[in-house]
Design a protein around this ligand. Sequence first.
Ligand code: HEC
Ligand code: HEC
Length: 390
Amino acid sequence: MKTLRIFTLFFASGFFFSGCVSDKLEVEEIPFEYYTQDELKLLQSKMNISEVPEDYISMVNSNASVNSPSNRKGILGRALFYDKNLSSDNSVSCASCHDQSKGFADDKAFSDGPENRKTTRNTLGLGVVRTFQHYYGTGGSSARFFWDERAQTLTDQTEETIQNPDEMGLKMDEVLEYVKNQQEYQILHKYAFPNRGMAKEHILDAIGVFINSISSSDSKFDLALNNSGSINSDMQGFTNVENIGREIFATNCNTCHGFSVAGAGFFGSSGFTTVANNGLEMDYEDLGVASFTGLKKDEGVFKVPGLRNVALTAPYMHDGRFATLEEVIDFYNNGIVQHPNLHDNLKTSSGLPKKLNITDSEKAALIAFLNTLTDDKMAQDVRWSDPFIN
Ligand code: HEC
Ligand code: HEC
């Protein structure tokens, strides 16, 4: 990365001697241009934009250079994600509900949308999986978004969110009109979609690239996993207490939450559960998946949320009913109700709701384990932070 920066600066400053071109440079194929001085000046009057492009692409496509249009989409996407003008009363951006320091969730049961409206569900974190794109795929059957998994692609999800009156409340045409008229977006767009007129698809695409770049793989858990290779026996670098919690998690929680915790390539691509009823109550006010399929078997069935950075994303569950991890664990300990759709992983062999039956110190150990999933680097990484100066 460091070499890349130096060479990019080298070219950007206009010094170029053909005799200096090494094999390495030819392989990297860095275009000479970032932004012109005038463009950079204008951009920097509005936002913190670095002298060389931040990287939004290598974690998804290791061959793409930071100067490629695909990477520039991430830079455009970052600005859009943080722009409050994308809401009906200019008070809300994606980041108002998806706060980087809170695992890209917020701390409310129901979030504040524009015009004093509230969302009807708890905000899902975007830093809950190891790598967003690798977990969700690029679309089709593997990618499903929202608590009821009704959106099949990130583009559908983002379009729905922008137009939902409780979230941003603007028509895509209105967003396009606004973006088209801002000089900074004209510049960012030019590099992300060279020689193309601005279109709403570009806005959705750019936000998608930004979100897909979000990755969380620098937690204490990741380090231990890299050293130990498995979550099923004591992990190196963990305290005794964290290992006791790990054991409880591996036995009772991993069957559903494991894939998002350990990540692709670790558990294989099958054998994990993406949606389930976890027995929160008998009569669900929010029907979950059934709210769009209309099927009895889908009542009270919700997305199994990822648990990376879970210590940052309180309150919990689709309606934010639990304020703390202690409350969540008390629920799994002895609060699961016998809903007709209760998932088998939470039933005993005789079909009754499971009870963890753990002691207070074991509860504390389970929480200590969940705390190892917090990735402070992700929560602070400048690439995913608010670029705007005001
Ligand atoms: C007013 C709060 C609010 C705003 C603003 C908001 N979101 Fe969300 N977001 C939510 C809520 C609530 C959910 C869960 C909704 C549901 O399941 O029905 C959600 C879900 C999502 C998901 C699905 C995650 C998953 O794991 O399924 C993504 C992705 C997302 N939002 C991205 C965005 C983007 C991009 C923007 C800006 C264009 C945005 N959100 C703006 C509250 C918000
Ligand atoms: C049958 C699959 C299943 C098992 C096993 C399971 N969960 Fe869950 N978990 C879910 C589902 C589904 C939800 C969301 C339910 C809802 O909101 O209606 C959830 C939600 C959660 C949440 C809230 C996350 C958030 O962002 O709101 C936490 C924390 C959690 N589970 C922890 C655990 C722990 C700890 C265990 C083991 C003791 C466990 N789960 C076992 C399916 C499961």
